[in-house]
Ligand binder design. Structure first.
Ligand SMILES: CC(C)(COP(=O)(O)OP(=O)(O)OC[C@H]1O[C@@H](n2cnc3c(N)ncnc32)[C@H](O)[C@@H]1OP(=O)(O)O)[C@@H](O)C(=O)NCCC(=O)NCCS
Length: 179
């Protein structure tokens, strides 16, 4: 299939998943910048889930990172998933991550609170981050994942290579963005 047709298909798939999630739970994806009161809880979640990736990580470091993402039209930025006012999860768009400094930008910190998993919330967050990257003018976006390669493959992301961060095997993936 031609590259453009594959990109269009994968965007349609992301949009369909996002729409399904929307119907399931009145899901809204919004900028963290518009909901600063959720930042401390998000920092707790991120530290608990991703803190192991770097020994120098701390709760305060995650507060700093999320505070830096309280903006909408530049990197870094962050989105949250909401059902009414309940926080369900988040995803970020950042310039650099812990590996491959030559690549930018990155989808980062995709997290959905345990009770809300399995109904498309992460897929909707990922789709929103992809759109933000495209709107900022990027034509490709990247991620690394130790454990969720299948989730992203289902959303049209392609494996670039396997790599290691300390002892951890990670998949480096990317996705072309339509503008
Ligand atoms: C991974 C995570 C974000 C998925 O959130 P979610 O809202 O449950 O994901 P979705 O409902 O959008 O899942 C979409 C699809 O991916 C699949 N999937 C979800 N998580 C997966 C995983 N870890 N591995 C493989 N497949 C996964 C789902 O089964 C679903 O498949 P389907 O469309 O065939 O039913 C969530 O489990 C989480 O926060 N985990 C802890 C943090 C984490 O590992 N983040 C990813 C870092 S790269």
């Amino acid at each position: 299939m031609a590259m453009e047709a594959r990109i269009a298909n994968s965007i349609r798939r992301s949009a369909a998943v996002a729409q399904q999630a929307d119907e399931d739970c009145r899901l809204r994806i919004e900028y963290l910048a518009d909901h600063v009161s959720h930042l401390p809880r998000l920092a707790e979640w991120h530290f608990a889930e991703f803190g192991y990736l770097n020994p120098s990580n701390s709760f305060e470091r995650y507060v700093e990172r999320l505070t830096a993402a309280l903006q909408k039209s530049d990197l870094p930025t962050a989105f949250i998933a909401l059902d009414d006012d309940s926080l369900l999860g988040s995803a970020s768009l950042v310039r650099q991550t812990i590996t491959h400094p030559q690549l930018s930008p990155w989808l980062s910190s995709v997290y959905v609170d345990l009770p809300h998993r399995g109904r498309g919330v992460a897929s909707a967050l990922v789709g929103r981050v992809e759109r933000a990257a495209a709107e900022m003018g990027f034509d490709r976006i990247h991620l690394f994942t130790p454990s969720s390669e299948k989730l992203y493959a289902g959303l049209g992301w392609e494996l670039m290579e396997y790599s290691h961060h300390h002892q951890l095997k990670i998949a480096i993936m990317s996705k072309a963005l339509a503008r």
